[in-house]
Ligand binder design. Sequence first.
Ligand SMILES: Nc1ncnc2c1ncn2[C@@H]1O[C@H](COP(=O)(O)OP(=O)(O)OP(=O)(O)O)[C@@H](O)[C@H]1O
Length: 644
Amino acid sequence: MISESPELGLRHAEAVLGRVLLSPEWLPPGTRVDRWEVVARLGAGGYGTTYSVRRAGRPQGRLYALKLSRRPGERWFAREAELLTRVRHRSVVRLSTYGVWRLGPVEHPYLVMEYVEGESLYEWALARNPTARQVTGLLVQVLEALAAAHREGALHRDFKGDNVLVAPDGKVKVLDWGAGWYAGAPVLTATARLPPGSPRYYSPQLFMWRVLSERRPGASSPYAYSVADELYAVGVTFYRLLTDQYPAAQWGMPREASEPHGLRSVRNLNPYVPEELSEALMRLLAFEPERRPESTALLADELRQRLVDVGPAWNAPLFDWRERTASGSRTTLEAEEVRGPVMPGQEVALRDARVRHLEAVRRLREARELRRRDPAKVAAAEARSLRAIQARVCGGRSHPLFWGAFAVLLVGPLVAGFTVWGLRRAVVHEEPPQAVSGARNVQQMAPRPGPEEARRPSTGTSPPVPFPQEKEAMTPPSPQQAAVIPTPARSGTLKRCSAAVGAAVLTACTGAQVRPDASRCPTGSLEAMRKLGLNKGGGASVYTDVTQPGLGSEKLIVHDGPIVSLVIQQYGNLPEGTRLYGRLWTGEGRVTGRYTKAELPDGSIYPVCFVYGNHDGGEWVEGSKPGAVRMPRTFAYTVVHEFP
Ligand SMILES: Nc1ncnc2c1ncn2[C@@H]1O[C@H](COP(=O)(O)OP(=O)(O)OP(=O)(O)O)[C@@H](O)[C@H]1O
């Protein structure tokens, strides 16, 4: 029998606990990792497991994502931390901190990143029936994220749809930079000469290099992964998203002159994809690296500008809707199966041909199934996004009444103070209001280029206006505000303060069913609408509720509360495909509504003042009752300068 000192026994027990009870791969909720407390396990990847966490002792605090290394001392973590520190971009997941967690006698590196609420790019596309505009909007964001890395001399090297999260508001975050590289990065493995990406995303050059190097082990130096390889991986991702197959699946297929490498174009596989988008993706997938776009940033700019003025094909769903087949109808398989007499000696050949045929039909049917979208699932996904957006606009975890009181008691006097200060300064300096409002325009308006700017080369650096702005458009009128246009320096503060008061006054997030009083459209919204070329009284058609897909001629039921409508007719610079965020009130006999935010298909957001229908809203259709009103699926919005 071996006798152990108490200290050794303790260490041993600690090690057992660490290794057996607390595996870094399965930390139960509540586990402390340094000052972070595990909320849930999000999933596991090649190097580690990711958890949602909060700061310990802050049960209502913000969520973060903590990626914990599976193996002690994993060196890819330092690489990822270094890359995320170098590459700061709105579409790259943000690193908060990193460290090493001691679990028993071993040390596991970890990274703490912003928590991104969203779905992977592929999940996003499967749960929706996106338009070419939306997909291109995502492609542009992805390219901009990678361009930011390339500017820093860094490469992601494992780009794929699974490493891209799409938030409910359509913003993209590129994750998983652990396989990345930057100039001067230390060599982490002496033996592996292939970059650590996924083979389906390998460019033809990388693929051929791999085949050759397997035949001649030790003959060559490590593969020099380049921007051209990264661009190819982006092409593969969007090719898969739009056609439900990988380009590699077509290698070895019979070739035609028009498809020199046997790669059928995106449009050939999915005719709903506009020619230009298909061409852009096929350029990314060009066999010769020198035929791929010169740079990620240039392609992003080109596509962003292309989105400014596109035809209706860009706003149509990219996939067929799934229809229920009539009961008793025969399947393609049964209909196409070959039967009848067989020539002597042909049985085996016929049987093989039949097996091959059935297999081909099965694969085709699977692909067709994937390329059809289920209206119920799409509606559910849209509803999920809407709820998430609302939760965020309403502050999510905080109690609205608390913030309402906070705004009225604390921020209200601040607004008054600023306003009086503003008045005094305006009097003292005699600033010409027009010039001031013009300066503000440049700094505060969303980045989408108007027709004029669209012709100029874009720098691609202007960030979209941050999402939650509904509160801003709810600013109640005040005599002082009506008289003073704030100066650029303090307009942001003033806007935020007044927004908070507005939110409190109207209890927009508390689910109040009472229509608020008439109110003047905030200055910021008026400026935004002027910039968009939207005149008072103008308007266009909308699809009333994005969460209720269906034929335009059919009716739908609307309720009191938040609504997201889809613009289906261009007016001014507000294109088709724009989403309008607002609220409906079903009232008595009429539905009224206010939209306070417009999200353009390129992701830029503008505060606006629109009403649903005309000033009186829309009349109930027969069969309606308060709280559940039948309305036409397509309706209209009207631009107002005052909410009635
Ligand atoms: N910052 C984040 N916010 C929210 N979810 C995240 C975040 N980072 C990762 N996840 C999710 O956690 C899960 C696990 O991610 P992880 O990076 O550990 O592995 P993976 O991406 O699935 O695999 P691999 O790293 O091998 O490609 C994934 O579902 C991913 O979407």
